[in-house]
Design a protein. Structure first.
Length: 247
């Protein structure tokens, strides 16, 4: 079985990494290129870059910025935000991404998942799900939908997704722990890997979610001190979480 993964997340708006609580009150926490390089050097297993304003601004992802991050990291790199077609996905791969993440556009047109999977390969397609109280929200959490998170995850897998990135809006930025119940429900419903996002505040929180998910997304817990990733890995090993040796 693959070892659990620790994945820092760069939520990018206006060319800067931002972080808030429950998707609100966003604050600037750094430069995406410098933070990406720091996480790569500190032993992150992967990196996620989400252009959180692309859909709201009706534009494509900032390709030049993606390329800048890709040049500085030596780990798998997933990019999302503004992906509306297979052509958008190809553009991100050419810019240096290893995988593309799709969210709102797939909710509006679920067939997009299959198009991306058939042209890029399922291994390169991540479906991001933002949920509150088990219900999916679109457009950076601003728009409710009628979709149930578990049912949507199943459909995403059936349509060709290779991975699910599940964010609990209720837990996001709180540092009070991941939404274990939601994560477990989604992970039990699919056979593809689930990346859990939202709520990491301590090593214990990360260890708990890695009991039910294959990877843990990290943001607030590391952004103010990227070196925290190194000590976090050590704490997790002490708890008994098996991790790969950092490069």
């Amino acid at each position: 079985m693959p070892l659990p993964r620790l994945i820092p997340c760069l939520d990018v708006a206006g060319g800067r990494v931002v972080k808030g609580v429950r998707f609100e009150a966003l604050r600037d926490v750094g430069d995406p290129i410098e933070l990406g390089a720091a996480y790569s050097a500190a032993g992150a297993d992967e990196l996620v870059f989400l252009d959180i304003k692309a859909t709201l601004d009706a534009r494509s992802t900032l390709l030049a910025l993606v390329s800048g991050v890709a040049e500085r990291v030596a780990i798998p790199f997933t990019v999302g935000g503004g992906v509306r077609s297979a052509a958008d996905g190809y553009a991100l791969l050419r810019a240096g991404a290893d995988r593309v993440s799709v969210n709102s556009a797939a909710l509006e047109r679920p067939g997009l998942i299959g198009e991306l999977a058939s042209q890029l390969g399922s291994q390169a397609v991540v479906v991001a799900i933002d949920a509150t109280r088990g219900r999916v929200r679109a457009r950076a959490g601003t728009a409710p939908t009628r979709r149930d998170a578990v049912a949507w995850a199943r459909e995403a897998e059936a349509r060709g997704a290779g991975e699910i990135l599940l964010t609990s809006i209720d837990a996001d930025g709180t540092r009070d722990g991941y939404d274990i119940d939601l994560t477990r429900a989604v992970a039990d419903a699919v056979s593809i890997p689930v990346i859990a996002s939202g709520g990491a505040g301590t090593a214990r929180h990360v260890a708990d979610v890695l009991d039910v998910a294959q990877a843990a997304l990290l943001a607030s817990i590391v952004h103010e001190n990227p070196g925290r990733l190194t000590s976090l890995r050590a704490e997790l090993r002490q708890i008994g979480v098996p991790l790969r040796d950092a490069a």
